[in-house]
Design a protein around this ligand. Structure first.
Ligand code: FAD
Length: 307
């Protein structure tokens, strides 16, 4: 029951101020976030790639309401891209972007977001890496997939995220299972109404397996974004049945979550990519991680109580 409350809190400015001001929050946040600056992000990339893991970097930010902030977020990704290229890490590290950080919710949001994300996608291609568009709440899905379609005309390697909790997603998987497409399949992290999304965890899991079946049988590059051991095992079985080699799909997990499993999969020869968030705007991301697992909230509350 706590999950929906935390997801609602993730969008509350008042609670944001309270949580950000709590003196104990930072150490808990650090479990999930690589740090605030580009230097912290690059240290995490070096450490993870040194251990045989690949990376996707998220410069934290979402739901911006000011066009100047969208441009600052674009510039942060351009600087990241330069840093990856300069250190020869672009082959191992790609970038994940949220279009709401690029102006998607502003008036004319589709065009604003497209105008801001295009230079990032171009810089990524020039550096030898790729961009994946994160998926946010369901009201943004049509716009995000439309931006994806436009970007893929010139940069077909641009990746998408699909969320198995949405009723629409099996159809979206079919549409994006073709040659060259890169789709990260996740269960979904936002509070969604019963009119558009499964509410029962088992239904979401069953939908995940159906969607995975479609992507693995297709001709694209499926990216299995889940920490769930059952989904990881099913993906391996589907890869075996469809004759996919380790480089034809990949596993993805979040920074700080199930690290031993991340290393185990990499050691077994799988491509394992870690999603590394960094930056100062960590609140929404952090609250979604708390909502996913009651034990995380208990950890957070215990750290408050022991101060
Ligand atoms: P669950 O059934 O939630 O969890 C399975 C097991 O994983 C748990 O029992 C626990 O052991 C472990 N686990 C899961 N979550 C946590 C946690 N927070 N802390 C500690 N342990 C945990 N969602 C979106 O809506 N849009 C996106 O663009 C998006 N991108 C993502 C990118 C990646 C690489 C990943 C891994 C997830 C992403 N998500 C995104 C989040 C996703 O939708 C889920 O909310 C999240 O992954 C939890 O679902 P799960 O598949 O891991 O399975």
């Amino acid at each position: 029951m706590l999950g929906p409350v935390l997801l609602a809190a993730a969008r509350s400015d008042g609670i944001r101020r309270l949580v950000a001001a709590a003196p104990v929050t930072r150490p808990v946040v650090d479990r999930y976030i690589a740090g605030e600056g580009l230097g912290d992000a690059m240290s995490a990339v070096r450490a993870l790639t040194g251990r045989g893991l690949d990376v996707t970097l998220d410069h934290l930010g979402e739901d911006i309401t000011d066009p100047a902030e969208a441009r600052r977020n674009r510039d942060a990704y351009l600087a990241l891209c330069d840093a990856l290229a300069a250190e020869g890490l672009a082959e191992r590290a790609e970038m994940s972007v949220k279009l709401s950080a690029f102006g998607q919710a502003l008036p004319g949001g589709h065009d604003v977001a497209l105008a801001n994300v295009t230079p990032v996608v171009e810089a990524a291609a020039a550096a030898g890496t790729t961009v994946t568009l994160d998926m946010e709440d369901h009201t943004t899905a049509d716009s995000t997939l439309a931006v994806l379609a436009e970007l893929r005309r010139s940069h077909p390697q641009t990746g998408a995220v699909l969320q198995s909790y949405l009723f629409r997603t099996e159809d979206d998987c079919r549409a994006l299972a073709g040659e060259g497409s890169r789709v990260r399949l996740v269960k979904g992290a936002y509070k969604e109404p019963a009119s558009v999304a499964f509410q029962d965890k088992h239904e979401v899991d069953r939908a995940y397996v159906r969607c995975l079946g479609i992507l693995m049988a297709g001709r694209g590059h499926p990216m299995i974004g889940s920490h769930d051991p059952r989904m990881v095992a099913i993906a391996q079985e589907l890869a075996r049945r469809t004759g996919r080699k380790p480089g034809d799909y990949e596993f993805q997990m979040l920074y700080g979550i199930r690290e031993a499993e991340q290393r185990r999969l990499a050691d077994e020869g799988h491509r394992m990519r870690v999603y590394v968030p960094y930056g100062t705007d960590w609140y929404g991301y952090f609250m979604r991680r708390l909502a996913e697992r009651p034990a995380n909230l208990a950890f957070f509350l215990r750290s408050l109580a022991t101060r």
